[in-house]
Every structure is written in C-alpha cells, then in structure tokens.
Design a protein around this ligand. Sequence first.
Ligand code: 5GP
Ligand code: SF4
Ligand code: MG
Length: 464
Amino acid sequence: CGIFGVYGVTDAANFVALGLHALQHRGQEAGGIVAHHPDHGFNSARRFGYVRDNFTRQSLMETLPGPLSIGHVRYSTAGGKTPVIRDVQPFFGEFAMGGAAIAHNGNITNADALRKELVERGSIFQSNSDSECIIHLMARSLQRTIPERMEDALRRVEGAFSIVAMTRSKLIGVRDPLGVRPLVLGQVGDGWVLSSETCALDIIGAKYVREIEPGEMVVINGNGVESHHPFRPQKPRFCIFEHVYFSRPDSIIGGQSVYETRRQIGIELAKESPVDADLVCPVPDSGTPAAIGYSHESGIPYAMGIIRNQYMGRTFIEPTEQIRNMGVRLKLNVNRALIEGKRVILVDDSVVRGTTSRKIKEMILDAGAKEVHFRIASPPTAWPCFYGVDTPNREKLLAATMSEDEMRDHLAVDSLKFISLDGLYRAVGEAKGRDKSCPQYCDACFSGDYPVEPSDQIEKGFEL
Ligand code: 5GP
Ligand code: SF4
Ligand code: MG
C-alpha cells in the first residue's frame, strides 16, 4: 500500500490526491482521503479504482477542505476476497479528546489474536482489515493524548507498519521498530509531508528532508516536527524487495537511487550467470533497470523485445488467477521484428507463481526466438511475505517445491538463473554480502528467515 499526508497548506487534500497518484504502483485496488477543516471538521472519501479516476473530480475534492489531510492507496493482501469499501483506508475513530484517522502500510502479524481479544472485550469492528485493530487498541488506552494512545496501541502490535495518521491539529508518522516498510518526511512551503516514497514528494514540489527512522514516531503541528522513540530499539530490517520491485525506480531509499540499485542487480546477475546470446530484453517495466545493468556488464545489446501497453496496471495486483493469466497478454506483447531468429536473454524482477514467465516464454518462442534465457533480479521466492506484500500460499510459489533446474524444465526455457542472496546484498550496497548472523534487511520471502514471528500464521498451521 501507499500512504501520504500533508500538514499546513491550503486544501491539503489536493496535495494528497497528487501524492497518492504518484504512489499508485503501491496499490491500485482503491484509495481514500481524510481531511480536516477547523469549521467543517473531518471529512472523508473512499473509492475503488485509480486515484486519477476518483480524486480529480472537483465535486469530490470540494468535500475535503482543510489544511490537514492524509490518504491511502490500497493493495489487498487478503488475496482472492471480493474487495469491500469498508476495508478501504484511512480508518477513522472518535475518541474523548477528538477524532483521529489512520492509514497503514504493512501487515500486523498478530492481528487475528488482537481482534479476537478486542471483540471479546466489546469492540465493534467495521472492517476485515488487520489495520483496524490499531483504532480499537487506541480506544482502550488510558493515555491522555492521541499520539500517546497510538504509542500504547502500537506497542501491542507485531509485524510491519508504516503509518500516517492525523488528529484535528496534528499529522503523525510512525515506522515499526524494524523499519520494514518505508516512510519519508518532506517539506512543502511552510507545510510538512509524509510519504511512502520520495517520488511522491517530487510530484507536489516538496523538498526531501529525511526518512522517518525505524521505531520513530513524528508528531507534526504548528511548532514543527517532534520526534519520539516509543519502542525498544532493534536492529533495522528494511524490506529488500522494495529495492527489487515494490518501490518506484525514481525514488531514493536510504540515500540510494532505486534505479541504480536495480541496475547494479543486473550487473551482479551478469557476473554470476553469464550466457552467450544476441539480445538482452527486459520484461517491462519491473525488469528494465536490471536488464540495462545486465547488458552493460555483458556487452550484449539491450533491446525492447517486449512492449508494454501503458494503459494496463500491474498484473500481479489483479486478485484472481484467471484475470492474472489474461493480464500478461493484455499488458505485454512481443516485438516480433526484433526477436525473430535471435537468442534472447529475458530479465525480470521475480518469479512468484511463474505465470508471467510461462506466458512470456510462449510469446517469445511464437515470435521465432531461437533460444530463451531467463535471468531473475531476485533470488527464488520460496516463502510467503507476511509483512504487507501480496504473495500467495507456499504451495503456489514455484520455488517452494522446485529447485532452479526443475523450474527451468517446468518453464521449458534454455536456461534460468536467479541472482544469489549475497549478490542481491552486494547490489544494495553491502559489499560483504548478507551478514548471516545478523542480516541487514528483511529477506524472508527468499530465505525463510522471518524477523518477526508470524504468530497468526503459525496458529493457522504455517510451518517455518
Ligand atoms: P508470477 O507471474 O511469477 O506469479 O509473478 C511474477 C511477476 O509479478 C513479475 O513480473 C513481477 O514484476 C510481478 N510481481 C512480483 N511480486 C509482486 C508483488 O508482490 N506484487 C506485485 N504487484 N507484483 C509482483
Ligand atoms: Fe519484503 Fe520479502 Fe520481507 Fe516481505 S518477506 S517484507 S517482501 S523482504
Ligand atoms: Mg513484472
């Protein structure tokens, strides 16, 4: 999901709509905005579909006045379920000291247990979302202020959370102690901005200030930014997959350009797994920077062998298998004139179910390619993510049951190679690779090493 908040500008909701539009790649199912105006109080709008189709209408934006606003773009991690509007964030709660709205990116790994406890004690849930627990925990806290109640609530929550929240007069940002999901601070005029990624600061002309630190809570009002550290400090474990796929390539994470990191992944991949061929082609758009790096390192020409229809979204986001299957063809087409008779290296960011790779291989062979070699910019995805990225159950992950060679045979390609975990760490700037005793990132979907025990899943029978 993507989260965005603005404090201290006229009609903040307009800025939020633009910010969410720049974060649309983080969630395409639905979006929501809450705003507060001193005379008109809290107002909100939640809609299915793209930000640009909903939040550009003047009639809707006029219902969201005020200098303080937050928003959320949703990407459902509860795969398969029919989306319902009451699951769309931000969530709102009315407390004795006033209202608060919150937008959450990540996933709470003990949400089932918390919900059960809260429901037994009388909480009335409005949604199916794990994030709603935070509002109910806040309602039960005995603290005096909303930020203090939020601290109280979040100390009971396990898993990954980056949060943008607001009261009548404050904008609040929080990251979980491991800092699994991103959150950055910016400045626009006299106002302040919180955003999942820096690319959404650029769109409103905001200046990047810094990242919110893992375990940090910032409370922003007319006096500026106040920083709190409500959790026991831990060694950070940022999601390495943000570098590989999730973030936009024009964003900066930890001072590093995401584009440059992906290009480095391609360079590492070419060093680890060279192959003789005529062309290096990306699977657009997510494989593009890595393909540029692979071509650079190998000296094999880069070419756009697959053309993407710009009017389709991310196929992975489509919740059903059938639509996903169709999706590949609706979105990608082979540039036949270029491919015919050639030995082609295809670079993609990841293989999850293998749906994309299988379809693309068929399309490339139909177009007359002589050989097809896959190079993947992440290690095999063998484990589900429980921290906010939508991966299917373990059984559906190709790499959970097959070795690299078995996957190659299953996909019927001439070769298939994934970057090693150490190679990926080198590409993100860890010269010595992955520190086994104390990994620098979360890489659970590749390693099975979960930095936070997924307790709800274990309760349901998931085996580590
Ligand atoms: P597969 O077709 O193997 O199931 O999925 C791999 C494709 O989906 C890749 O091309 C990749 O760009 C995309 N993808 C991989 N992981 C994710 C994810 O967590 N979310 C989204 N939206 N797309 C993903
Ligand atoms: Fe990121 Fe993978 Fe960890 Fe999920 S399991 S947070 S996708 S690295
Ligand atoms: Mg892709």
